[in-house]
Design a binder for this molecule. Structure first.
Ligand code: DAH
Length: 330
């Protein structure tokens, strides 16, 4: 009896105790073997023998239960100790996050236009064909639709490929004059060192009475804006094509890395393309039923600006969530 008790109390974990339980109380265990002897005990002694066995079984069971309670309690205490969080500990300030460089660049861009009284407009990221293409003078089968690698939904809706649809939404819901920017995420099937499937643009639109808005206005404001963003750079307007503007222009700044000498970043041209703009095409005004107006529009990629401002070699780094990148912007 004492060895059996000792066996129970020598178990130092719940797993060990479980083994003891099987040894003692299991079907083929010590107690079962003792009870099996009952059949060989002579008749008159059977009762006393059985009573003795049952008494011992009860004693062992009590011993076992006590041991179980003790070990269980210890296990819970150990677990609590191991998982304890000392909320009074001083935080690790080295691992603080940072404002994302893309958002910081976005804010800087927005600040400029807000100071010039531009309103901030917003639109849905899931767009329909009309707002994303049709009303922007990109009719079905127009080859210019190929310029944008679109994510289509089964029902024909799209993830907006640019922020230009916000121009349409704003004109459809407001009367001229309009003076707005539309910052936000856009989506295209693209993935390489200068493209990610999600990126951000800032769109701009200014509309006023016919004859009020000229290319000279556009040129002045874009030049001033680019000097605000990049400091002492040269600004160059290059004739280009966009379906929603006519005439259209792409705007370059002298390379901020080599100052126009020619380097890898500017593909040895000395110039960096930074935005697209133009005079709003009359077809766009027709689509929103604006009459006797004139206007200019522009659009730019925020990541491209952030990349240039912070010399980020691979655009994809901005979205990998690696804290080592963010730490550099604290
Ligand atoms: N939507 C054009 C794009 O995604 C950018 C753009 C160019 C917007 C010229 C404009 C514009 O408003 O006038 O590439």
């Amino acid at each position: 009896m004492e060895t059996l008790k000792k066996q129970i109390n020598d178990a130092n974990s719940l797993t060990e105790l479980e083994k003891v339980r099987i040894d003692l109380f299991g079907k083929k265990g010590t107690l079962s073997k003792e009870f099996a002897k009952l059949k060989d005990v002579p008749g008159p002694e059977k009762k006393a023998f059985a009573e003795g066995l049952n008494k011992n079984k009860a004693i062992l069971q009590t011993e076992f239960d006590a041991r179980y309670e003790k070990l269980k309690k210890e296990e819970i205490e150990n677990l609590l100790k191991a998982e304890a969080i000392d909320v009074s500990l001083y935080g690790n300030l080295d691992e603080k996050g940072a404002y994302h460089p893309v958002m910081a660049t976005m804010d800087k861009i927005i600040d400029y236009f807000v100071a010039l009284n531009f309103a901030i407009e917003d639109g849905p990221k899931i767009e329909d064909d009309f707002h994303n293409f049709e009303a922007l003078n990109l009719p079905k089968n127009h080859p210019a639709r190929d310029m944008q690698d679109t994510f289509f939904f089964k029902d024909g809706a799209v993830l907006r490929t640019h922020t230009s649809p916000v121009q349409i939404r704003t004109m459809l819901s407001q009367k001229p004059p309009i003076r707005m920017i539309a910052p936000g995420a856009v989506f295209r099937k693209d993935y390489d060192i200068t493209h990610t499937p999600m990126f951000h643009q800032v769109e701009g639109l200014v509309v006023d009475a016919k004859g009020e808005i000229s290319f000279a206005n556009l040129k002045a404001i874009m030049s001033d804006f680019l000097h605000y963003m990049f400091g002492e750079v040269e600004v160059r307007f290059r004739p280009s094509f966009f379906p929603f503007t006519e005439p259209s222009s792409e705007v370059d700044i002298s390379c901020i890395f080599c100052e126009g000498e020619g380097c890898r970043v500017c593909s040895h041209t000395g110039w960096l393309e930074v935005l697209g703009c133009g005079i709003v095409d009359s077809n766009v005004f027709d689509a929103v039923e604006y009459k006797d107006v004139s206007g200019y529009a522009f659009g730019l990629g925020v990541e491209r600006f952030a990349m240039l401002l912070h010399k980020v070699p691979d655009l994809r780094m901005l979205f990998e969530g690696d804290t080592r990148l963010l730490e550099q912007f604290r």
